[in-house]
Design a protein around this ligand. Structure first.
Ligand SMILES: *Cc1c(COP(=O)(O)O)cnc(C)c1O
Length: 397
């Protein structure tokens, strides 16, 4: 029995879909009336292994029997192990754990500023971020975010953030000053509509950062943990960021965030200079360990790469006849379908037809299925989309 209250006592921060999802298994979610949905949004690119993956569930259950919380004033074995694992699978050497993507980016901003101010003893503090980017909802990260709508009514904003044009190295050059501490970048801008960084731009940016002693922060909160067909998106570009931030897919649905950095950044922090009560606590770190084990052992990046290529190809072929579709693009299983009109009504129809997807910006539908997605499930999703588009076509003629 699911009880829906007559009146919600929540602050109205979300425009909620009219659905109550009460159960999940792999690629399927069920609502409170027993209707099933094919899930191509995975709780905002969080459930990369599908819903309730067995191995992660078992690790959480084991930990649940042991201890839930002791605080970061003590050693936490699963936290140490997850840090070691993250260092092994990435170009980073050190990890700080927190609870969300925004917090991971906050830690990255503090790390960059403290590295310059405490380690190099200069006075750099400015962060260059990009137009159309998304980095979170805390005051610093919404200031870094390159979209005006998230800043509305929040003035005054923290100082020290400027924005450059995405994929435009000249624009970045023109923003660099004596005060530039770091550049913060999403390699695929997810929230604003799946915009891919161009390989040459990224290489030029990495070179520019080295030349100027500027730290490169790559926000992999959405692109990390296998989503783009490699463990981290930076691997596609042949660069090594100084700082990488993670959150969404890291613990398969338990709240966690991580800021990872190169060894040279170690002394940016000292005891007491940064902290989090819940960060890296036993349950999410146990879930994170099992998540990475599944990603590695099941060869999920390869699967994601192949499934992503299959989906892009099929979307291109099957949907090119619809004039409302302007473009299809993606990296691995982070795919955007751009429309000539706002997608909200289309998304509503897709949900009614049993396919859960998410917008990216106003004109893009994001396909972000589980990394275990089968070609059959991709065919099913594209069939539903085709069906809805034909229906819409019919209704406007
Ligand atoms: C979702 C997201 C964030 C914010 O993560 P929260 O956990 O909601 O704070 C930051 N950066 C990127 C790229 C994201 O997609």
């Amino acid at each position: 029995m699911v009880v829906i209250l007559e009146r919600s006592y929540l602050f109205p921060t979300y425009n909620k879909f009219p659905l109550t999802l009460v159960k999940g298994n792999k690629a399927t979610l069920w609502d409170d009336e027993g209707k099933s949905y094919l899930d191509f949004m995975t709780g905002l690119a969080v459930c990369n292994l599908g819903h309730v993956p067995e191995r992660v569930k078992m690790r959480i259950q084991e930990q649940l029997e042991q201890v839930w919380h002791v605080s970061n004033l003590f050693h936490i074995p699963t936290q140490e192990e997850l840090a070691e694992k993250l260092v092994t699978i990435s170009c980073a050497d050190l990890v700080f754990f927190c609870n969300s993507g925004a917090e991971a980016n906050e830690a990255a901003i503090k790390c960059a500023r403290r590295y310059h101010q405490r380690v190099l003893e200069n006075e750099r503090y400015e962060i260059i971020a990009f137009e159309q980017s998304f980095h979170g909802r805390t005051l610093a990260t919404l200031t870094a975010t390159g979209q005006e709508k998230v800043k509305d009514g929040c003035l005054p904003l923290p100082e020290g953030f400027v924005h450059a044009r995405f994929n435009d190295i000249q624009s970045v050059r023109s923003r660099i000053t004596q005060k530039t501490a770091a550049i913060m970048l999403e390699l695929v801008q997810g929230e604003s509509g799946v915009h891919l960084a161009e390989p040459k731009f990224v290489l030029d940016l990495a070179t520019l950062c080295k030349e100027k002693g500027i730290l490169l922060i790559v926000d992999e909160v959405q692109t990390g943990m296998g989503r783009t067909g490699s463990m981290f998106a930076y691997e596609h570009y042949g660069i090594e960021p100084d700082i990488i931030t993670l959150a969404k897919g890291l613990a398969s649905g338990l709240p966690i965030g991580a800021m990872m950095g190169k060894e040279k950044l170690r002394d940016a922090f000292s005891a007491g200079s940064h902290a989090s009560t819940f960060g890296g606590s036993p349950l999410p770190t146990a879930a994170g360990l099992a998540t990475i084990e599944m990603l590695m052992e099941d060869g999920l990046f390869e699967r994601a790469k192949k499934a992503g290529a299959y989906a892009l190809d099929k979307l291109g072929n099957d949907l090119k006849t619809y004039p409302v579709i302007r473009a299809v693009r993606g990296l691995g299983l982070l795919i955007g379908i751009e429309f000539t009109e706002p997608v909200a009504p289309i998304i509503q129809k897709l949900h009614q037809n049993g396919l859960l997807v998410l917008p990216g910006g106003t004109h893009v539908i994001r396909f972000m299925p589980s990394l275990y997605v089968t070609n059959d499930e991709i065919d099913q999703a594209i069939d539903i989309l085709g069906h809805v588009l034909r229906e819409l076509d019919g209704s406007t003629n």
